[in-house]
Every structure is written in structure tokens, then in C-alpha cells.
Design a binder for this molecule. Structure first.
Ligand SMILES: [Zn+2]
Length: 118
């Protein structure tokens, strides 16, 4: 039920030449951070990925194609971009489950102590 998703942290336009089409105004580096969302919670993890896309030739530029110049810029940007802190947010459904569980436990305790009888 849980699916891995990413949200965009930052997009950076690079002045480097594209390794595919040699255009110097098409490269965009995107930093993404992973989060997990399901019916119960939304959790942000510290996992990050980087993607590079050239908007001139519409090609995804994989790290294997990066030139030394691109590597340097990516390394610099990697340090400059702040990740969002790890977090976990419970959703309403999770709270309902927790409260229902608590109520059941309280009822069982009261019943076993003889305070509550049917
Ligand atoms: Zn290109």
C-alpha cells in the first residue's frame, strides 16, 4: 500500500554544455527527496536523488554521461541544497485507529477488573 514518491527540493539551471546536443542553456539539475505516503501517515526520509534533463534536446542526462565540469557543479550544488528534515506525520485514520485501540484496551481492563459487567 505504501509507495515511494519524491518531491522536488530544488531545480538548478546549469550553464554547462549538454553532453548530447552541446547546447549551454538546456541543462537543468533537479534534486528530489523521498517520502512515503499511505492512508496512515506521510513520512519524509533523508534519501535524495539527483536528475539531470536537457530541455533543448529533451534527454535525461545520466551520471555516466556527465563531464568533469558537470560533476563539479553537481558536487557544489549537492552541498548547497538543504534537505528537508526527516519527519513523520500521522493522518486522521491513524489517530482513529490509535483511539479505538486505546478504548478497547480500557474496556478490557475495566471488564477484567470486574468494574464493568454486561
Ligand atoms: Zn541537450
Amino acid at each position: 500500500m505504501a509507495s515511494k514518491q519524491y518531491f522536488t527540493l530544488k531545480e538548478v539551471r546549469l550553464n554547462n554544455n549538454c553532453p548530447e546536443c552541446y547546447s549551454n542553456d538546456g541543462l537543468v539539475l533537479t534534486f528530489k527527496q523521498r517520502f512515503v505516503e499511505n492512508s496512515f501517515y506521510k513520512a519524509i526520509s533523508t534519501d535524495r536523488v539527483e536528475e539531470m534533463h536537457c530541455h533543448t534536446c529533451h534527454t535525461d542526462i545520466f551520471p555516466i554521461r556527465w563531464t568533469d565540469g558537470i560533476d563539479q557543479v553537481v558536487a557544489y550544488q549537492r552541498r548547497a541544497v538543504q534537505s528537508k528534515p526527516k519527519s513523520l506525520k500521522l493522518k486522521k485514520l491513524a489517530w482513529v485507529f490509535i483511539i479505538v485501540d486505546l478504548l478497547i484496551i480500557v474496556l478490557i481492563v475495566l471488564f477484567s477488573m470486574g468494574i464493568l459487567t454486561f
